[in-house]
Design a protein around this ligand. Sequence first.
Ligand SMILES: CCCCCCCC(=O)SCCNC(=O)CCNC(=O)[C@H](O)C(C)(C)COP(=O)(O)OP(=O)(O)OC[C@H]1O[C@@H](n2cnc3c(N)ncnc32)[C@H](O)[C@@H]1OP(=O)(O)O
Length: 236
Amino acid sequence: MTRADEPLVWQVPAVSRVPLAAPVPTDAEWSGFIRRLESRYDVRQVQVDNTHTKSTRRVSDFLDSATRSRIAYLLPTTPLCQGAADADDDVDDNSAGYVADRAILAVYFGPHMQGPSGGVHGGAVASVLDACIGMATNPLSQPEGYLTAQLTVNYRRMMPLGSYGVAWARVFERDDPSRKAYGIARLVDGQALLASRENGESHRLPVYAEASALFVRRKRAVEGASPASLTQRSRL
Ligand SMILES: CCCCCCCC(=O)SCCNC(=O)CCNC(=O)[C@H](O)C(C)(C)COP(=O)(O)OP(=O)(O)OC[C@H]1O[C@@H](n2cnc3c(N)ncnc32)[C@H](O)[C@@H]1OP(=O)(O)O
């Protein structure tokens, strides 16, 4: 065997698998967390549905599977510009101005999302922030028409594995004639967020990561993009 024929082996340093302090939450623990978020922030969980009906949203299968279904999208129950309580009231936020739409995404970062030892993979964090802005950008009444064109993520602190994360997104402009929407999202520790709200503490919570994104609405739906047509294609 010549050197060129030798298989390439990527030598990675031994990663110490940090045992999680907390196992993946049970169904009861997870739904308890979501109910607390709903009651403290006047938001409601959007039910998962793959049929794009008016009151439900197709949640990313990829994230659903990566999180073992410990992911939930929540939307405000009241119209946005009428003073609904915001998760982001509790964190450092210098952004101001018109908010077109808003969404919250709750997620449990379990062992299957490990990146650096003991921490969450940066790609998983980026996916969560992207999905959250996507949720705020795409109205419930339509299939997702806006796609991520640009996404910038700032990683401020390593998100520890075994944490409940809460991301929220604001879309500042959804300009249909030009088909562009601009949004931001931030990720904080969900338990700290709830504790600060429940204790009435006023200190600002640390942000683990934040993202800004440009979403662009497609001129028309891409043919062959629906799950049904994917199934049909796989039979060919
Ligand atoms: C829970 C539900 C969540 C759903 C959201 C999921 C989020 C995702 O993961 S989306 C998947 C990842 N993203 C993609 O696959 C997108 C791939 N890209 C595309 O499909 C296309 O390039 C798309 C849709 C972004 C734009 O295509 P197209 O319709 O041809 O746009 P086009 O007419 O050229 O441009 C429209 C405007 O947007 C601007 N624009 C388009 N793309 C970009 C870009 N990448 N960067 C900057 N500006 C852009 C153009 O300059 C133009 O601006 P203007 O009107 O001022 O001249």
